[in-house]
Structure formats: C-alpha cells, structure tokens
Design a protein around this ligand. Structure first.
Ligand SMILES: Cc1cc2nc3c(=O)[nH]c(=O)nc-3n(C[C@H](O)[C@H](O)[C@H](O)COP(=O)(O)O)c2cc1C
Length: 209
C-alpha cells in the first residue's frame, strides 16, 4: 500500500535544508488534510498557527530549546487548543452545519444539547485535555499528508507552551499551543535518516482479547 511505503520513508527529521521551501500548493494540501481530520462531534476545538516568517522562527527558537528544526524547517504548523471552550463554540459549529447542509437549527437541537452538556460536564482542565486529543489526530493527518507528498516533517512537543503562546499572541485569542509539526526537506547531513525504524512487532502491538 502506497501510504505504508510513505510512512516507512518518513522519519522525525532533525536537520532540515534551510534553502528548500514548501510551495503554497503543498502548504495548502497539508492544511486541508489537517482540517479534514475527524474530531469529537466534529467540533474542531483547535486551530493551526502557520509560521514561515524567519523572524518569528528566530523568536520561537529559544522557547523550543533551540531545536534546529524550528529555524531550519520551511514551515512550522503549531497546533493550538481552545482554552475556554464553551457553548459559544457549539453555537458557531451549529451555525456552520446549518449553512453547509442547508437545514434549520431546530433539526439538530438534540445534537446541540448533547454537545453542550458533554462540554459543560467537564472541568476546564478536562475540557482542555479533551480538545488537545482532537488536535493530535489532526497532527497525525498532517504528518501523513506530508509523507504522501514526499515532504519531511518532525512532530514536536519539546517547547515551552507558555512562551510560544506569548510570542504568538495566543492567550488573548483563547488558544494555547500543545504540539507542532516542522515541515520542509531533510538536510543530506541529517544522520537520523540512516536509522532503521524502531517499532513493536504487530504481535507485541496488538492485544488479543
Ligand atoms: C507528540 C510528539 C512529540 C515529539 N516531540 C519531539 C521533539 O520535541 N523533538 C524531536 O526531535 N522529536 C520529537 N518527536 C519525534 C519522536 O521522537 C519520533 O517520532 C519517534 O522517535 C519515532 O521516530 P520516527 O518518527 O522517526 O519514526 C515527537 C513525536 C511526537 C509524536
């Protein structure tokens, strides 16, 4: 299967070729794939901050422990989760469904109620963690879409969320960063590309009931 070959090819790239940039079609494909990821209820309680500005990358670098991907990758896709998820988010989602499917709000009144009660029964911390789980599915979709286009990428959590939020002005927008993908093209000097992939065998990975 084509996807499996690409997933064997990809690896968490440590050193990118700073001179090679993604074009707008590639970037658009990555964003579309991330946006097409499923989420609980379809609510998408997260957003992506796309950074290709060298000055912003330089600012983020120390907050990411100076990991070279931050300044060498062509683009950073930073996944930011809603911090104050509320009925308002559900209302906006309901509005989107109504418009897209050409229905009336009353048709999905029960669904709206279920979503609101599911959100409101959680503590703010549980709500944030629940929202973050949705963002990670989207990160996975973006990584797979990168591999399908022969684009190198590195999923990354090794950065200060607080400092990223500050630099990107996320707090005031009601978001907080949780993870990112650095994307671009591997440097020929990145030794990690030579490493064999280490994974469990399927016998270890799959639990038989
Ligand atoms: C959520 C998450 C966070 C990660 N954070 C970092 C990171 O901060 N820096 C880094 O170099 N690699 C990071 N990685 C990459 C992993 O180390 C890598 O995916 C793993 O070792 C498996 O290797 P492979 O992706 O090359 O197959 C992260 C991976 C994931 C999924």
């Amino acid at each position: 299967m084509e996807l499996l070959n690409k997933l064997q090819w990809r690896y968490a790239t440590k050193r990118f070729d700073k001179n090679r940039k993604l074009n707008s079609e590639q970037v658009n494909n990555l964003l579309q794939a991330a946006n097409l990821a499923p989420s609980s209820f379809g609510l998408q309680p997260f957003a992506i901050v796309m950074v290709d500005d060298e000055k912003i990358k330089e600012k983020l670098s120390p907050a990411g422990f100076n990991q070279p991907q931050i300044t060498e990758a062509s683009h950073l896709f930073i996944f930011a989760v809603r911090t104050d998820l509320s009925d308002k988010d559900v209302d906006e989602f309901v509005e989107r469904i109504v418009k897209t499917r050409d229905i009336v709000k009353e048709d999905i009144a029960d669904y709206e109620k279920t979503m609101k009660s599911s959100i409101n029964k959680r503590t703010p911390e549980q709500r944030f963690n629940w929202a973050a789980r949705q963002a990670y599915i989207s990160l996975g979709f973006l990584l797979s879409a990168a591999a399908m286009q022969d684009i190198d990428a590195c999923p990354m959590e090794g950065f200060s969320n607080e400092r990223f939020d500050e630099i990107l002005g996320l707090k005031e927008k009601g978001f907080s960063s949780v993870a990112m993908a650095a994307a671009g093209y591997r440097s020929p000097d990145d030794a990690y590309q030579q490493n064999r992939k280490v994974r469990k065998s399927l016998d270890e990975f799959v639990i038989q009931p």
